[in-house]
Design a protein around this ligand. Structure first.
Ligand SMILES: NC(=O)c1ccc[n+]([C@@H]2O[C@H](COP(=O)([O-])OP(=O)(O)OC[C@H]3O[C@@H](n4cnc5c(N)ncnc54)[C@H](OP(=O)(O)O)[C@@H]3O)[C@@H](O)[C@H]2O)c1
Length: 257
């Protein structure tokens, strides 16, 4: 299938590792030129070196309110256009609601919600010009609450609402805004949870993933590429009627509508 993304320009946040790195790889394979963003200059340079397309590295902390404008200005200075924004960067703390301090709540919202909101706002006029799109990588915790994930769940719900709200505006401006809710995807973040699951249950780390997946009601964990392929599809004109779509990719973990 020709996704018609060749030569278009994508900003991918959180591209230094995990799902974001995979998204950068898949979009590059489709011929997109890239702006890769996270705090780690060195890891982003590795992404740039392994990429066969023109790639601009912007190392910045997206919790900083000025960072989104810097990212977009750098992208325009280099490429003169932006066709896709992938808001993927996120880091929210799990834990007991009664002991999670305000600072962790502020931090979770500062990056994943406010970072995405500000980037969307500053990139909007350029996407309007290119008739481009935004894909938000959110998470199934935005649909289903759980006591260990109060911050992440709340941030994700807010970002899902913002997706729908911007999609509403996007109808007028010719910008498509969609979201993907990953379930449990095998990245470093999940690996850490697998390690603590193994030690909590006194089991071997090699058997822990299968048991943990079973306890979530799924047959396996997902691969980052399974999220990245959907990003490429949503970014493509082929998905032209997807507007405000929220797609769960979770192996069936979410049973509710
Ligand atoms: N993995 C899953 O199972 C899963 C499930 C549901 C939702 N998600 C969501 O999917 C997204 C990616 O998850 P992942 O598992 O790939 O996470 P990850 O491996 O922890 O990667 C997070 C990315 O965000 C970047 N980042 C963190 N803090 C940042 C900051 N202050 N400023 C700029 N960039 C920052 C990190 O790079 P630096 O450290 O270099 O800054 C990294 O590139 C997240 O939004 C996550 O909530 C993941």
């Amino acid at each position: 299938m020709n996704l018609q993304l060749n030569d278009k320009v994508a900003i991918v946040t959180g591209a230094s590792r995990g799902i974001g790195r995979s998204i950068a790889k898949i979009l590059a394979a489709e011929g997109m030129r890239l702006v890769v963003v996270s705090r780690s200059q060195q890891q982003l340079e590795e992404v740039r070196e392994s990429s066969r397309v023109e790639t601009l590295v912007v190392a910045t902390d997206l919790r900083d309110p000025d960072a989104p404008a810097t990212v977009v200005a750098a992208a325009i200075a280099r490429f003169g256009q932006i066709d896709l924004l992938v808001n993927n960067a996120g880091a929210t703390k799990r834990g007991d609601f009664l002991t999670l301090p305000d600072a962790d709540w502020m931090d979770g919202f500062a990056l994943k919600f406010f970072g995405a909101m500000r980037l969307s706002r500053v990139v909007w006029p350029f996407l309007k010009k290119s008739q481009g799109s935004i894909v938000n990588i959110v998470g199934i915790g935005g649909r289903t609450g759980s006591e260990e994930f109060t911050i992440g769940g709340s941030v994700n719900s807010a970002l899902l609402n913002l997706t729908k709200s911007l999609a509403d505006r996007g109808v007028r401006d010719g910008i498509r805004v969609n979201a993907i809710n990953p379930g449990s995807i095998l990245t470093e973040r999940l690996q850490t949870r697998i390690e603590s699951y193994a030690s909590q249950h006194g089991i071997d780390e090699s058997t822990a993933p299968a048991l943990m997946a079973q306890s979530f009601g799924v047959s396996r964990f997902g691969d980052p590429e399974e999220i990245a392929q959907m990003v490429a599809f949503l970014a493509s004109p082929i998905a032209g009627f997807c507007q405000g779509s929220i797609i769960d990719i979770d192996g069936g973990q979410t049973r509710t509508l």
